[in-house]
Design a protein around this ligand. Structure first.
Ligand SMILES: Nc1nc2c(ncn2[C@@H]2O[C@H](COP(=O)(O)OP(=O)(O)OP(=O)(O)O)[C@@H](O)[C@H]2O)c(=O)[nH]1
Ligand SMILES: [Mg+2]
Length: 288
């Protein structure tokens, strides 16, 4: 059996989380059109008869400006410490030189496949040019082109990966597909709706904390807190007469119900915690 850890790296918005979900056939990582959506390392354990691959989605690589960013980049560093193979994800429309310099700075200790994503957005000539650009780089063992959004040829993609993995015994014996608790996925689904419903700084100044998760006979009761930095942001999240938080709650509940495959009663509260992104104490409390 082929086994191994395969870590996905790239600049913000490259499509790392979209790729993880496409590989897993399940929504493990939240996705948005905005940068800096993912804040944690999210493992997806893909087990088949012939292989077990533990994928890790990671936060997009940035220059840290807050303690929160530092924690996010720590998640990237942790993923650099282990692993058998790196997938270096590139949005083909992104600046290739900048992607290259980010990848070089990673100082990878493992072989890497450069994955050119969003091929649906460029013509074949441009794509070929990108393939030659990255194929010439030291860290690159192979270039693969995909559209994570339109759907990948999973068999083809997995073959490219499995070629580079060792034989061994599976790390995980049960049928878990991730190592993170249900509460984490619930809070992430709420955070995803904040990314899609609110603009400007709001998504970046927000954290979500699940305070209560009670399984009852007919439904799951969930109480979550949305943490913002300022009163004005709280007012925006609530909306006029509470219309925005209602919308947020409805959308989040639908996704949580699909994820848990159970009926959900979701209660949301908004709390103001000034500068939480720079406070070790709050960051710890909020799971960073
Ligand atoms: N057109 C197109 N869009 C894509 C493709 N893959 C991902 N996207 C979009 O790109 C955006 C970013 O996707 P994510 O998966 O959140 O990107 P990410 O790399 O995880 O981003 P961070 O977590 O912020 O680092 C979303 O709007 C996706 O729908 C693709 O193959 N084609
Ligand atoms: Mg992501």
């Amino acid at each position: 059996m082929k086994v191994g850890y395969v870590n996905i790296f790239g600049r913000p918005n490259a499509g790392k989380s979209t790729l993880l979900n496409a590989l897993m056939g399940e929504k493990l990582a939240i996705v948005s059109s905005k940068v800096q959506t993912t804040r944690h390392r999210i493992k997806g354990i893909l087990t088949e008869k012939e292989y077990q691959v533990v994928f890790s989605d990671t936060p997009g690589i940035i220059e840290p400006r807050y303690k929160l960013h530092e924690k996010m980049m720590q998640a990237v560093k942790n993923s650099l410490e282990d692993g058998d193979l790196a997938l270096l994800l590139v949005d083909v429309k992104d600046n290739w030189e900048e992607c290259d310099s980010v990848f070089s700075l990673l100082k990878l200790k493992v072989p890497a496949i450069v994955v050119l994503n969003k091929l649906d957005l460029v013509d074949t000539d441009k794509l070929k040019e990108a393939v030659s650009f990255f194929a010439a780089k030291n860290y690159c063992k192979k270039v693969v082109t995909i559209s994570a959004l339109s759907g990948i040829n999973k068999k083809h993609f997995m073959n490219a990966i499995l070629e580079m993995l060792p034989e061994g015994e599976p790390y995980y014996t049960d049928d878990n597909i991730s190592d993170l608790p249900t509460k984490f996925f619930v809070s992430e689904l709420i955070r995803e709706k904040i990314y899609s419903l609110f603009q400007d700084e709001i998504p970046y100044h927000t954290a979500v904390l699940v305070q209560e998760f009670k399984e009852k006979t007919t439904l799951v009761k969930i109480r979550a807190e949305i943490i913002v930095q300022r009163e004005t942001q709280k007012a925006i999240i609530l909306g006029e007469g509470g219309n925005m938080i209602k919308k947020l709650g409805t959308q989040a509940r639908r996704d949580i119900e699909a994820f848990l495959e159970r009926k959900v009663f979701l209660e949301l509260f908004v709390k103001v915690r000034g500068k939480w992104r720079d406070s070790e104490l709050y960051l710890k409390e909020y799971g960073y």
